[in-house]
Ligand binder design. Structure first.
Ligand code: G6P
Length: 369
């Protein structure tokens, strides 16, 4: 077993460190750098079929659902098609409007999650085309979908998903760009810029991993608390949800992720002296707004740990501690921002002496509805 962990204490830590490779493998030959385009031969849709898509539904569970929230922003931004993201256990029961012009994207690491598979079958029954983003080539989801984008993260053993999630993000970036290329909804220079950003991600993740000690210290402080908040706007909010889930899964510390602007509509009442707040502020366009929300929690005594992009000098003035992710295109920030949050939950769980790889009550793959 020690050998399988390749010298790491836990599978989760090993898998966090495997992310640069997972990113590279998932991008692989799918990026034609010379031609500045994405090549996805696994997508069997004709340009006409792509042009006929009126709406996209993304359906998934748990961490894969959180990847789907990022996917919604990515596809809407790049391809200008309306997207809804649903948890699979809710999707079928809300009588979703699925037509042959609907593209349904199911996201599943294992490809065996019962609710996700049921959603896929319902989508097909209604005549929708189904694209799967999955990590397991021969899985049920992969077999039943029309098109399959495989995430080449390699086997994920730890119950808390890390490299599968980030590889799903890469899958969404590639597919979003592919749609944009076909539909002509993004300028060639813009596509080029995002592609360059994508190719630089693995090395940027490596730079974050080199700073894991700094995250460990924050994790140890947090581990003494019973409750905390993650806040952010836009894509930072989507990542906050994943950061909060990760922490709950393996440290059992209660946390809530909140869209930063919603705090004042209720949750601000829970902010008291000393409560930790993890504030994500990587999105340029929303930065000022997020900082004013940070000031609201600081004024009530919160201890704020901020995550921003290198080059910013403002956030440090508003928070207690900062961590910088390397500069990247704002659309791609989630693929970096989540890494310190994964480390944060790992080290918090470790500090509390929990079974990091096998948290209580949870299973790696849920095959019951
Ligand atoms: C379980 C796992 C989660 C995972 C979810 C969906 O709850 O513990 O980590 O995100 O299932 O799994 P899937 O294999 O469909 O991505």
């Amino acid at each position: 077993v020690t050998a399988e962990k390749a010298g790491f204490d836990h599978f989760m830590l090993k898998e966090i460190y495997e992310q640069p490779k997972a990113y590279r493998d998932t991008m692989g030959a799918r990026i034609d750098a010379a031609a500045s385009k994405v090549v996805l031969p696994e997508i069997g849709m004709t340009p006409e079929q792509i042009r006929s898509i009126r709406q996209v539904h993304i359906v998934a569970c748990g961490t894969a659902y959180h990847a789907g929230l990022v996917g919604k922003s990515v596809i809407e931004h790049l391809a200008r098609i309306p997207v809804e993201t649903d948890v699979a256990s809710e999707y079928r029961y809300r009588s979703p409007i699925i037509t042959p012009e609907t593209l349904v994207i199911v996201v599943s690491q294992s490809g065996e999650t019962a609710d996700t598979l049921a959603a896929l079958r319902e989508a097909k029954r209604c005549g929708a085309r189904v694209v799967a983003i999955t990590n397991v080539v021969g899985s049920s989801v992969a077999r039943e979908a029309d098109d399959v984008i495989v995430t080449w993260a390699g086997p994920e053993i730890a119950v808390a998903s890390t490299k599968a999630y980030t590889s799903q993000l890469i899958g969404f970036y590639l597919f979003g760009l592919y749609l944009a290329q076909t539909l002509g909804t993004a300028e060639a220079t813009y596509i080029e810029e995002v592609l360059r950003g994508l190719r630089e991600l693995p090395e940027k993740v490596e730079r974050i991993l080199e700073q894991s000690e700094a995250i460990k210290e924050v994790a140890e402080q947090i581990s003494t608390h019973h409750s905390l908040f993650f806040i952010g706007r836009g894509l930072d909010y989507a990542v906050a949800l994943e950061g909060s889930l990760k922490l709950k899964e393996i440290s059992y510390i209660h946390s809530e992720a909140y869209a930063a602007g919603e705090l004042k509509h209720g949750t601000l009442a829970l902010i008291e002296e000393g409560i930790p707040v993890i504030a994500l502020a990587t999105q340029d366009a929303l930065f000022e707004k997020t900082v004013s929300n940070i000031k609201e929690v600081k004024a009530r005594g919160a201890q704020v740990f901020g995550i921003h992009m290198e080059g910013d000098t403002e956030l440090a003035k508003a928070v207690d501690e900062v961590f910088a992710i390397p500069q990247t295109h704002p659309l791609l920030a989630p693929a970096l921002t989540v890494v310190p949050l994964q480390l944060l939950s790992y080290y918090a769980s470790l500090a509390l002496g929990h079974d990091v790889d096998k948290p209580r009550n949870l299973a790696k793959s849920v095959t019951v509805e």
